[in-house]
Each structure stands twice: as C-alpha cells, then as structure tokens.
Design a protein. Structure first.
Length: 308
C-alpha cells in the first residue's frame, strides 16, 4: 500500500506491506517548494514516487494521497487548499497522467481519521468502532469522518468539515473562510492565544496558559472558553452522527482539560445529556496523514477482495 502526504512544506511517501500487516517498508520525503508553482509540485511528487519505485522495484497500481484541500467529487478539481496554487486544478487526473497509476485523494483531516481508525488509537483500543470522528485542533481546525473503515467524503467533498461549523457569532472572530464565529475562529491554538493576550496584554503559548489556570484568572477564562466551546461544538456533531469514538489531534488536542471539563461540557449540550463515547488522543502523531493516505485504497477495496 502506497501513501503520499502532500503537505505545505514537505511531501512524504510511505510503502506499507499490507492493510493486515502494516509494516513500513519505505519512507522518505522531499520538499514541496510550493512557491515554484503547480507544475513544480507535481514534479516533486514524481521525484518522490521515482525514489519509492526504485526501492520497491515495481510500479504501484494505485497510490493514495492526503492533501490540505478537498477534491470536488463532480469535477475532480481541488478546492479549499492552503497550497493555493493547487486550487482549481485537476490534481487527481494530472497525477494519474504523470505517474501512470490510479490516484485517490482525500483531505488530510480525513486521512488522519482513517489512519487512527485503521492503525492508530481506535484500532488499538476500540477495534469494534463503526463510526469514528477525528478532530484536528491545531493552527487550524478540521475533522474527518470514517464509517465502517471508510472515509465519508460527502456529496461536495465536505464530509467532516467541522472546523467551519457555525459556533458562536458573538464571541468568534472573522474567519478566513469569510464567516464569523466558526469553530476554527474560537478553538484553534492561535485564536485561543490571541484571546488570552487580549485579556491580559501578554502573549503566552496555549500549553503554558493551560498550566496557569489556578494562578492566573485570564488563563482560567481562556481554558474555560476552550472547554465550553469544545463541548458545544462536539455536541452538535454527536446529535447528528453519534460517533463510537472521537479522536482529538493537533496541538490543542494535548490540553488535558479537554478530556475532563471539555467532555463534561459535551454532556451538558447533547440531546439527552447522556454521553459515554470515548474522547481520546491519537496514537500516530505526525504520521497519520501519510498512513491514512496509504489506507485510502485499502479501505475502498476491503469489501471486494481481489485474488492475487
Ligand atoms: Zn471559517
């Protein structure tokens, strides 16, 4: 299984032995150098795939890609990509032409959720989970939905795009997406750090803020803002898809209060105040994107076994 994580600064590739035996056979990375344009990014991908082929000594039939954007299912064009030169491009078709393989591409938050389901914390601790929601709370806020081991991409490719759900217009800042009060504009690391700085006139990292709640009223207010809004934002999700497990990745996901006060706040806001699903930290760290990419085709092929 071949996976590539197309990131803003690096493009990482991995070859896993199989879905059942996900031993890492090869792993390497090249720079994205996105400023040099779309064709240059494709060239960098080709360079990486050539390295992978030299190591594997064969050409793969399919490669899964994680990307920081969404493929519009009807047109195959990229949208919402923070590698801006990719937007509006037929990325999948262009990669298939360039590499001579089938390509499947998913948003990196979807790949995160898929990797944690197939290989990470869900596989390790909750192997019977059918519906998994992966949340990324970091510089940005995003999400991915996995149902029965497959990414649920949605009609517009927006499945799992929880980061830009409306959360609180009165409290939230204007988001880059054009709306006010998105989850991202309240729950992202930079948003919380800016909120704290606004209260006290001093900048601190969120990690430090979280450790100061007993001695610093502004820190306590900031962490309460995080946990209260986390509970509210997740309760909306629970009332719609009621996942078996919620995995919280990204830097903000390391804040311990999310798993105590944050989860208590989910109870407050879900329909009948009953909430027992595990809310857990991920197991794969930065590797989730590339592993999830490798599983994109594996997951799709799970039901139809192809004889060797
Ligand atoms: Zn937004």
């Amino acid at each position: 299984m071949w996976g590539i994580d197309l990131g803003g600064t690096k493009i990482e590739g991995v070859i896993l032995k199989s879905a059942e035996e996900p031993e890492v056979l090869f792993r390497n990375r090249v720079k994205t150098e996105g400023r040099q344009g779309y064709n240059h990014i494709l060239k960098q991908v080709k360079k990486l795939v050539t390295l992978m082929e030299e190591k594997a000594r064969y050409k793969p039939e399919r490669i899964g890609f994680a990307a920081p954007g969404t493929i519009i299912p009807q047109t195959g064009l990229m949208k919402n990509c923070n590698l801006l030169v990719m937007n509006g491009k037929s990325v999948v078709a262009d990669l298939e032409d360039l590499l001579g393989t089938n390509v499947k591409m998913a948003n990196d938050a979807n790949c995160f959720a898929l990797a944690e389901t197939q290989l990470g914390i869900v596989k390790q601790q909750f192997p019977d989970a059918k519906v998994v929601f992966g949340i990324i709370l970091g510089t940005g806020v995003g999400g991915g939905l996995v149902v029965n081991g497959q990414v649920l991409n949605g009609y517009h490719g927006l499945g799992g795009e929880w980061g830009h759900n409306y959360l609180n217009q009165a409290e939230g800042e204007k988001c880059y997406c054009g709306k006010v009060g998105c989850n991202e504009s309240i729950l992202s690391g930079p948003a919380l750090e800016a909120y704290y700085a606004g209260l006290i006139g001093q900048k601190r990292k969120l990690k430090d803020i979280a450790q100061r709640t007993t001695i610093d009223a502004a820190a306590a207010t900031t962490i309460n803002r995080l946990t209260a809004h986390f509970g509210l934002a997740v309760s909306v999700l629970v009332n719609i898809i009621d996942p078996d497990v919620i995995v919280v990745g990204g830097g903000v996901g390391n804040i311990d209060q999310i798993y105590s006060e944050g989860v208590a706040q989910i109870h407050q806001h879900v329909f009948d105040h009953q909430f027992a699903a595990p809310v857990v930290k991920p197991a794969l760290g930065d590797s989730a994107g590339v592993f999830g990419a490798a599983y994109l085709f594996a997951a799709a092929h799970k039901k139809v076994l192809i004889p060797n």
